[in-house]
Design a protein around this ligand. Structure first.
Ligand code: BGC
Length: 396
């Protein structure tokens, strides 16, 4: 299974999860106040070890890499730009460039600067203006080194965990009015950021990373199940994208979940799959095919910006990757313009409210020594990247 010429292969990360000491954001504060169960601390110490990690990615034959910029490093106090941190990110992006790794840079990956959070964060009437001011600074100061931009990572996951479940900062439970406001603010922020980026760097492709769920009716013969799964699909997968579709050059797809939606025996959904990850998430590679297929109506290039598994023993990861790629290949064969795949994640990292125990990495981390060790599945993925396709021997 040969993938198209120039296909991008890589892995994805985010700043708070890997850098360590991101002390000026709302997550850090929540961790110190024990409002979340674990502390990110030095995380993977990637702030210091980025060159080592990029060497690792290079040695694994990746040709692209997704990372995020920590807003609270660049603007630790309102309107105050930290030159040292700007220089740091220039060095980081240059390190990717020098290794021939195309950078996919996320500008917002769940964390907010503390000053912004204190003003109400995405609930503040001027939220998008604050965000856009930061975005402009980023692009003016190191846009020349950026391959592609993802403005916001998974807006709906952020809203769900922060304003419905209340498990993430700012810990609002079932705050539906805030969800409406945050939704609007993020749509506006994305659109305005898109325009602002284009004013500075016309050529950088700009998109968004959406967490897409494959909703299927549990009982195919039950019209109510159908209706519910159709609505779930519309509200979760399409509503936000439809608002920003005229302001994006590509769609970033993060795929982890397949849900069976049902009305009987009671209304709800179940996490289903053929087998399960360490986090109990069902593994269902075919769902990737359906969510990607559903994106065709947008007529935009697609990148899989995240897809991965928590699997400490590395028993399921190889099969996980290969099977998802087989379905992705089917999309491509049917004419979908899929241009890249980023495995989540390059190394184990800080998995938010679950702390360090879920192990998503192609490389494992010893959190005492910060030593990285390549897992066997990473070698298989390495081979896939090298030949730009799935080798014969894996096609059983
Ligand atoms: C997020 C990552 C997270 C991953 C695994 C994604 O939804 O973007 O930050 O680590 O899922 O839970």
């Amino acid at each position: 299974m040969k993938f198209p010429e120039g296909f991008l292969w890589g892995a994805a990360t985010s700043a708070h999860q890997v850098e360590g000491n991101t002390t000026h954001n709302d997550w850090w504060e929540a961790e110190q106040a024990a409002r979340v169960p674990f502390q990110s601390g030095r995380a993977c110490n990637q702030y210091e070890l980025f060159e080592r990690d990029f060497d690792l990615a290079k040695s694994l034959n990746h040709n692209a890499h997704r990372l995020s910029i920590e807003w609270s490093r660049i603007e630790p106090k309102e309107g105050m730009w930290d030159e040292k941190e700007i220089e740091h990110y220039r060095t980081v992006l240059l390190a990717l460039k020098n290794r021939g790794l195309k950078s996919f840079v996320t500008l917002h990956h769940f964390t907010n600067p503390l000053w912004f959070a204190k003003k109400g964060g995405w609930n503040n009437a001027h939220a998008s203006a604050y965000f856009v001011r930061y975005v402009k600074t980023v692009v003016e100061r190191f846009g020349d080194l950026i391959g592609c931009i993802i403005t916001i990572n998974e807006p709906l996951v952020y809203m769900g965990l922060s304003y419905r479940e209340g498990r993430w900062p700012p810990f609002h439970k079932n705050d539906f009015w805030s969800i409406v406001r945050v939704f609007r603010a993020m749509v506006q922020a994305h659109r305005q950021a898109y325009a602002a980026i284009k004013m500075v760097q016309q050529t950088i492709p700009v998109g968004i990373a959406a967490n897409l769920i494959d909703f299927q009716p549990r009982h195919k013969w039950n019209p109510v199940d159908w209706l519910i799964s159709w609505s779930a699909n519309y509200f979760w997968n399409d509503l936000f994208l439809k608002q920003v579709s005229r302001h994006m050059d590509f769609i970033g797809v993060n795929y982890y979940f397949h849900h069976h939606v049902h009305t009987m025996p009671f209304f709800g959904y179940s996490l289903s799959g053929h087998s399960f990850s360490d986090l109990g998430w069902g593994i269902h590679p075919e769902g990737l095919y359906w969510v990607v297929k559903n994106m065709r109506s947008y007529r935009k290039p697609i990148y899989i910006t995240e897809n991965g598994i928590a699997d400490a023993k590395d028993e399921k990861r190889t099969e996980f990757i290969v099977n998802h790629l087989r379905f992705l290949y089917q999309n491509i064969r049917e004419g979908c313009d899929v241009r890249g795949y980023f495995y989540w994640s390059l190394t184990d990292n800080f998995e938010w409210a679950d702390g360090f125990w879920p192990r998503f990495g192609l490389a494992d981390i010893n959190y005492e020594t910060f030593e990285r060790g390549v897992r066997p599945s990473a070698k298989v993925y390495q081979e896939i990247c090298a030949i730009n396709g799935i080798p014969q021997n894996l096609m059983k």
